[in-house]
Design a protein around this ligand. Sequence first.
Ligand SMILES: *Cc1c(COP(=O)(O)O)cnc(C)c1O
Length: 470
Amino acid sequence: MMTYISTRGNAPELSFEDVLLTGLATDGGLYVPKEIPQFTQAEIESWRGLPYTELAHKVIYPFVEGCVESDALKGMIEAVYNNDNFGHKAIAPLQQIDHNEYVLELFNGPTLAFKDFALQLLGRLLDYVLERRHEKVVIMGATSGDTGSAAIEGTKACRNVDIFILHPHGKVSEVQRRQMTTVTGDNIFNIAIEGNFDQAQDMVKASFGDQSFLRGERKLVAVNSINWARIMAQIVYYFYSSLNLGGPLRPMSYSVPTGNFGDIFAGYMAKKMGLPIDQLIIATNSNDVLHRLMSKNQYEVHPLQHTITPSMDIAVSSNFERLLFDLYDRDGAQLADLMARMNAKKDVVSLDEEKMAKARALFDSYAVDEENTIAIMQQVFNETGYLLDPHTAIGVKAARECRRDATVPMITLGTAHPVKFEEAVLRAGYDMPTLPHHLTDLMDREERMHVLPADLAAVQAFIAQHTFTS
Ligand SMILES: *Cc1c(COP(=O)(O)O)cnc(C)c1O
């Protein structure tokens, strides 16, 4: 049975099931698998040509073994990764944009961003585990855009989950807001906070820290990318894209539009599991804390900047801790010390040169400002007629700047559909694409949300009052 340990070495070892239902570890760390499943080249080779669902089962099962029955997992995977739900038979299709250069389209799911890959499965896993335990939980999260809608779509059918998503009132784009507020279900609550995203986020953090407002009857579950199940589901499409382009017999390189370091960490996992990967490129916007660390070995948190790529607007990348854990040879005590220094946000922190060398051998990095984001959207459109969303555009720019070997296929993860990001599309000078079929009436659907002041007590009272009244 797979077990999970905390990056800070001082929290109980947990089963997959408990990790699924937990946020941070009690020592403040993040959970990672105690042992990384390994596949041989021959094994991976034997998977060539498999449909997405069958490959997903091969990759995911070792992480859940002992908690989820093989057949049950198969059923969940088939219910999630199908043509109806993901709008394309290939689920994660490749689009060629130049010689040996591709975009892996991860945005054909229900909410048009890659987060559907993880959150659709997470909803099924939660319901399966909760049903068996006769438990119900409360999901609480804050969103500035993509996470909220993907979490709501992923859990709307869950019988044992109530979900409360906070967004800053009036500060989310209309498409993104409507993708949350038009989903109907008695278990879904959209809370528009009269404040900004940071205030919403702080209220969520405070609520996880002290859950007594739920009167001990329920507990909170995290759906942000600190939840291991999200990373796990994202590993699959690295294998899938590689196998479709001749892997594992030749390596691939990946460029990943990065915010919290969840998606690219999944690529790093794929590599550790045996998939030949040459370059892994961290592509950031001007919130470039990771690029500054990688290029200068200086870790320094800057104030958040709001950009035309809002889903990558982060000051701190929480999942980077999972990589640091490996770089520091999985020494939890050393890592707890390092994280205390990094989170103090006082001095500039540098990693030991030997650790930094290891990080640089694994990852390249590049930061792209707004002007260059728009420019690469225009360049790729002129070259191919293909309109990139601005997040994906940052990935393509970084891929072209960092590429070392033109014989290795370069795959940029296409993290969102351009229709979600009107400001960037208009600035690049293009008409808005039409909404995909399942969303054509989005602008006419009825919205449901509750506007609350940016006041923790008011928000907690609302949640307590609306939790499992039925
Ligand atoms: C969430 C998101 C990202 C960043 O992914 P991380 O896993 O946080 O690094 C990039 N692009 C889009 C469109 C997203 O929604």
